[in-house]
Write a protein that binds this ligand. Sequence first.
Ligand code: KG4
Ligand code: ZN
Length: 388
Amino acid sequence: MKILAIETSCDETAISIVNFKSKKTFELLSDSVLSQIEIHKKYGGVFPALAKREHVNNIFPLLLASLKKAGLLEKRKNPPDKVGSKILKKLEKVLDRDENNLENIIHLLKTYKKPKLDALAVTYGPGLEMALWTGFNIARALSLIWKVELIPVNHMEGHIYSSLIKKESGKNFAVEKPQYPALALLISGGHTELLLIKKEGQYQKIGQTLDDAVGEAYDKSARLLDIAYPGGPEISKLAENFKKKGATASLSLPRPMLNKNNFDFSFSGLKTAVLYLVREQKKINQKFKEELAGEFENAVAEVLVKKSFKAIKKYGIKSLIIGGGVSANDRLRREFSTLAKKENFKLFLPHKKYTGDNALMIALAGYFSFKNNKYKKNVKKVEGNLEL
Ligand code: KG4
Ligand code: ZN
């Protein structure tokens, strides 16, 4: 089953084309991510109107390039002068906010044959609504002109599947199978949550952040140290330097909600504590930054590891799946790996290439929800606050 997947929920425009052989293996025909990080850096975060503009400008060229790379772009021998009025009306309705792409889609329909695709998967939430609409509307338009099924995908479910991707050789990949009950720890710029998964595709949220997400705490703390957005990777580097030196931190940060008898998190207090330490400090030099970053990661790791482990014990968890941008963090990867070995559960971490937003994970989540007949039909709008 060939699926073309589109992801535009935040600051990455991504398209993947995947040929699924079964639930266990697939061939990756094309996989592209256009990052807008450089554009948003100046603003200290993702600026929604700018994100939308970039998605709108980039998505069609990326679509053509992806189809071409997958060997699915074939010109018509006798291109028609115009398209039927019925389909045109439908397209005008779907792409009414995006005239350029209306023209682009009409051009695609007139110039190229229908590619051999079986379905489209697209992120319809959660994320920035302005950004989500671009990918969602293009996907709807494509499903109209090609007459293929549209599978709306939850971005966070995508992050879960990103951890199950295993590269074999060349274009060939395997999908790893967790043992159930499994636990998913999703840690990104917008989310921090623990989900209990009793069986494939069935999610029950058992805990979440009450305020900031972990990634947000990283980014906000980084900003207090004059580190550009997104600050997570840089804080992580500083912390790793501190760790290498083998010193223990002389300053201390709180471990929010660590001893609360639930699975919720809170990270805004951590950021505020960073703010106070930065204010008190006379000289913000490299040594201070490294020490602060080191202690910041001590706090984050302790809270995430201990809370996850509490859930692992309570629910008899056999597999822990970690996903989302913050899962790129080396400290967390090490600590969870050590815990998994010691406590004898299986750990699934995404390959570093797939920790951030990408469309391959959307293709996977789409394929599994199609196979399990668990996807919503006739979705007509995006949902910025969509829950799993
Ligand atoms: O999943 P993602 O790419 O986008 C969202 O859906 O939010 O996550 C982005 C977040 C940002 O907050 C970024 O600072 C954080 O992931 N991040 C990291 C690292 N790499 C990215 N945080 C800690 N350590 C890292 N190495
Ligand atoms: Zn994400």
